[in-house]
Design a protein around this ligand. Structure first.
Ligand code: FE2
Length: 187
């Protein structure tokens, strides 16, 4: 298993998303770029893991590799087949509270059996990058982003149920990251 370089991760995501899902690709470019920009506080090794995971976090939306329809799990499974570093794969599997979405989809046993869930500053930072970035790559306040997701999917969708359950944990992860980034968020 290998840890891709950041340019390798970027080009892998580009191949999978740019033509098939241009809007998703806009989001991913902004999330990856944000991760690269903030990753310094983690040190170089964890910083690279964060940046690579950020570029790869949404590859599971690619029509080339959809299997269950649960993008975190589909993406992680595909990345594992490509020999990608296990820690990156597990971060993708669980990104932005995916373990709570897995419950809604009855896939939580599969997710936990196959991929360990890391709880760390890297996990929080990945959630921060994803949840402060809108669907077109805009910078969003996390609370607004959650509202936007709910309105995009509608009141009865399982993603809306998931986001409502995950909101406290998502906002806490964003807040913890902001606390670790004093230069970006002076108090
Ligand atoms: Fe995302």
């Amino acid at each position: 298993m290998t840890l891709p370089t950041i340019p390798e991760a970027r080009s892998l995501a580009q191949d999978l998303l740019e033509d098939a899902l241009p809007r998703r690709w806009s989001h991913v470019q902004a999330v990856g770029t944000k991760a690269e920009r903030i990753s310094g506080f983690l040190g170089s090794a964890d910083g690279q893991v964060l940046s690579v995971a950020a570029w790869l976090h949404d590859v599971g939306y690619s029509p080339n590799l959809v299997s269950t329809g649960f993008h975190s799990l589909d993406g992680a499974r595909w990345l594992r087949t490509q020999g990608i570093d296990a820690r990156v794969v597990a971060l993708v599997a669980h990104h932005s509270c995916a373990w709570l979405e897995a419950i809604e989809r009855n896939l939580d046993a599969d997710l936990h059996e196959e991929f360990p869930r890391e709880e760390s500053a890297v996990t929080d930072a990945l959630c921060y990058c994803d949840m402060t970035t809108g669907p077109d790559g805009q910078d969003f306040d996390a609370a607004y982003r959650l509202t936007e997701i709910r309105s995009r999917y509608g009141p009865n969708h399982l993603v809306t149920r998931f986001i409502t359950k995950a909101e406290p944990e998502i906002l806490a992860a964003v807040r913890r990251t902001e606390d670790r980034l004093p230069a970006l968020h002076p108090r």
